[in-house]
Design a binder for this molecule. Structure first.
Ligand code: SF4
Ligand code: SF4
Length: 766
């Protein structure tokens, strides 16, 4: 170990305190209800448990009942049992019944119900062998689990809100309403953002047909009046360091700089219009009377509702062109979702400006989701507003500085030319997460700034250099958050809105997706609650989503660290920093407890109290591998997020599964360590299947890149297996969504069949 590694180890290892003597005593409790007792030889199971060091072994016909749990409690109180292996139903059910204080007791669940008896033939030799193996796996896991020592310390309970527009104002007010102090940082000299510059906003109250003034001034007043909100205007964040509950954010504002203690951060940095200069083909910059929708807003606000062209002439006939550069691979490939509504609103501005004024909206599709459909209907009934479907053929200057728009594919089936005094382009929204000048359609879904490649002792590592422009994080993985497609920073649109890939930092409003100000207000409430949830969980030493409440965290045995930097690069959440030599430094409260670092570490020195490389290795070794060729054994590593519940659903639906698989659940396939693969195959198992979440553009991995990391690692193990004269195809990773549970029987049978084709594993019997 290098000096630096030693120093870091000393820094992170608390002084030894005398600990009470702790000796593990395992009790195995087998439920015989829910078909388990009728399908299995329970006596044989009891013997299998006793043979694996379970000092107390008991059965109960209804283990989750009050009497069943009391039987276990009695053993805890009278027999000194402190580790309970519950062989019954899925770990996803009856969590309240089988729940003991994790600081004092270890609980391990063995799924005999859904994974064994509900999916396999009752009273069958193969089913019995599977049940015994699954029980041994549970006992092996329990034996390798240590008692928790949670990381709890004093934390700051305040929320930093970045951005003073509608979203930021609402986040601040919601946080205060929940009892938390707020620091609100705004780069401009006043609060209110875009909403403060608009003449009117979209309908916000039933029947959602009329536009009206924004209430943003009331919100600004409420924020300024609150003694729990510290507003910093003309402010720029110059650095953000730390972790949830312990951030130190340095802000420069009005010529002075201060460092603030902050518990969590909500990024409400908003949006900016797409660069209109790139829309010359639609007349912008070429024809003086072509403006954008944001310019139209400014024109109306500056002229008290009159529509005045840039050349100073009044416009009475105004055309609007939807999807201007949007849903266009050359510009913004996505739909900004609010521009149709904005044009409908601005069309009302036109009709309100003069009783003879007319608005023409030319669209590919009108998109007015939800309650805004009523607003669309109201516009259809407005005699001054004409709506026409069509695609632009040309846009040219017409007489008197106006514009002629020729469209095709109209509902009339012929080309139509619209002459108007002015054309408004419905240009789209770009998230301010992207630095100015960053081109949206250059981004890959996993874009996180510029890439650089660094050569390490372990090969080339691809690293990111994101462009620092908002938070300026002092994180090893870069100064801003990684993006999803098009620069949005959410970590998972479907499952975890508001969450970014940096724990403790949440995104709200238009910085994370195009939306209206009404939607942004609702978003603000969601993000404020996420930030508060993070603070409160961190204060108890617990993890946030998806392993909410997990009190374990990665512990590194620095003695054997080779400073290879795999863990610091591969952590999907930027948890680990490192010193200049590459020694990792954990930031506990940033950690989501996925175990990706554990799988990444070639030295196998990262572990959790209840999850480690040796634990899973022992679980695998506890599978009996018979010598008979008609009893193959296949290890199936299953991700707890989608694959495990899929198996449960298969069980609930009584689908019949191949009996030769042995299931071992992982927090995420990203925790897979290659040593398990080599060990199991050399112990004679025929093959290994890994079932994880989908990755790629439409990824569903709850830990972002876990299942993808696993496939990358498997690329390497397959080379190793080829060298061992074992077929690389004996290891297979499959991607499964939770709703694809019905594919499991075929999936398992197909792989078992493929394995048969290779003949028996030559290591079998050794
Ligand atoms: S990889 Fe996962 S478990 Fe490891 S430090 Fe990062 S978030 Fe925590
Ligand atoms: S992956 Fe393991 S060996 Fe490499 S730096 Fe991290 S802890 Fe050290």
């Amino acid at each position: 170990m290098s000096d630096t590694a030693e120093e870091t180890a000393a820094e992170q290892t608390p002084a030894e305190e005398p600990k009470e003597e702790y000796k593990q005593k395992i009790g195995a409790y087998i439920c015989t209800g829910c078909d388990i007792g009728d399908s299995l030889d329970i006596e044989a199971l009891e013997k299998a448990a006793a043979a694996r060091k379970a000092e107390v072994v008991k059965t109960h016909e209804f283990l989750c009942s009050h009497e069943g749990v009391e039987m276990i409690n009695s053993d805890i109180n009278n027999e000194g049992v402190n580790t309970m292996v519950i062989a019954a139903c899925s770990m996803r059910v009856n969590t309240d019944a089988f729940s003991w204080d994790p600081l004092h007791y270890i609980t391990e669940r063995v799924n005999l119900r859904e994974q064994v008896v509900w999916t396999h033939e009752p009273n069958n030799e193969n089913t019995q062998m599977m049940a015994e193996d699954q029980l041994r796996i549970g006992l092996a896991r329990a034996a390798k689990t240590s008692r928790l020592e949670p990381a709890v310390t004093d934390l700051t309970r305040s929320v930093l809100v970045v951005g003073g527009g509608v979203t930021g104002l609402n986040t601040a007010l919601e946080s205060v309403a929940a009892g938390y102090d707020v620091i609100l940082v705004e780069k401009e000299g006043q609060l209110g953002g875009w909403a403060a510059r608009m003449r009117k906003v979209l309908p916000t109250t039933p029947p959602f047909t009329d536009i009206g003034p924004s209430d943003v001034s009331n919100k600004i007043e409420a924020v300024n009046a609150s003694d729990r909100i510290n507003v910093l205007l003309n402010a720029e964040i110059t650095s953000t360091e730390g972790e949830p509950g312990q951030y130190k954010v340095t802000v420069s504002s009005n010529g002075s700089e201060e460092t603030l203690d902050v518990g969590a951060i909500v990024l409400a940095a908003g949006w900016r219009p797409y660069e209109a200069e790139k829309l010359e083909h639609l007349g912008y910059g070429r024809i003086g009377s072509v403006v954008t929708n944001t310019q139209m807003e400014e024109i109306v606000a500056a002229n008290d509702g009159r529509i005045v062209r840039p050349d100073g002439k009044t416009a009475k006939k105004v055309a609007f062109l939807q999807c201007a550069g949007q849903r266009d691979a050359e510009h913004l490939p996505y739909c900004s979702s609010v521009c149709c509504l904005t044009s409908l609103k601005q069309a009302v501005y036109v009709t309100e400006s003069d009783k003879d004024a007319e608005a023409y909206i030319i669209y590919k599709d009108m998109r007015t989701p939800g309650l805004y459909e009523s607003f669309y209907e109201a516009a259809q009934n407005n005699p001054g507003v004409m709506l026409t479907k069509g695609e632009v053929v040309s846009i040219e200057e017409s007489g008197d500085g106006g514009v002629a728009v020729t469209i095709d594919n109209t509902m009339l089936g012929e080309k139509v030319v619209f002459e108007a005094d002015m054309l408004v382009l419905a240009a789209g929204m770009v998230t301010n997460m992207l630095p100015e000048g960053k081109i949206v359609n250059d981004l890959t879904p996993d874009y996180v700034g510029e890439w650089k490649e660094t050569e390490t002792q372990d090969g080339i590592i691809k690293e990111v250099i994101a462009d620092p422009h908002i938070l300026k994080l002092k994180y090893r993985q870069g100064p801003e958050m990684p993006y999803l497609s098009y620069g949005f920073p959410d970590s998972h649109f479907v499952c975890f809105p508001y969450e970014t890939r940096r724990t403790g930092i949440y995104a709200a409003g238009t910085v994370r997706a195009p939306m209206t100000s009404m939607q942004s207000e609702a978003d603000a409430g969601g993000a404020a609650l996420k930030a508060i949830q993070c603070l409160e969980l961190a204060a108890q030493g617990k993890s946030v989503h998806p392993r909410v409440g997990d009190m374990t965290f990665p512990e590194i045995n620095y003695t054997n660290c080779t400073q290879c930097r795999r863990c610091t690069v591969e952590c999907p959440f930027g948890t680990l920093d490192e010193d200049e030599k590459g020694t990792p430094k954990t930031n506990t409260y940033r950690c989501r407890r996925c175990g990706v670092c554990m799988g990444a570490c070639p030295q196998k020195i990262i572990s959790f109290k209840d999850y480690s490389v040796p634990m899973i290795a022992d679980a695998m070794k506890s599978v009996n591998v018979p010598e008979e060729d008609d009893k193959p054994r296949i290890i199936c590593l299953i991700c707890e997020n989608d694959a495990y519940p899929s198996l449960d659903i298969a069980g609930i639906n009584r689908l019949q599964l191949n009996p030769f698989y042995r299931f071992i659940n992982l927090r995420c396939l990203g925790g897979t360590n290659l040593v398990w693969i080599a060990d199991s195959l050399s112990a004679g198992v025929e093959g290994i299947m890994l079932i994880g979440c989908k990755h790629g553009d439409d990824y569903q991995c709850h830990f972002i890149k876990g299942s993808e990391m696993c496939s990358e690692r498997l690329g390497k193990v397959q080379e190793t297996l080829s060298r061992l004269m074992l077929e690389a195809e004996r290891v297979k990773q499959v991607q499964l969504s939770i709703n694809e549970w019905d594919q499991l029987p075929q999936m398992l049978d197909d792989f078992a069949e493929e394995l048969k084709g290779f003949g028996p594993n030559p290591f079998k019997g050794f």
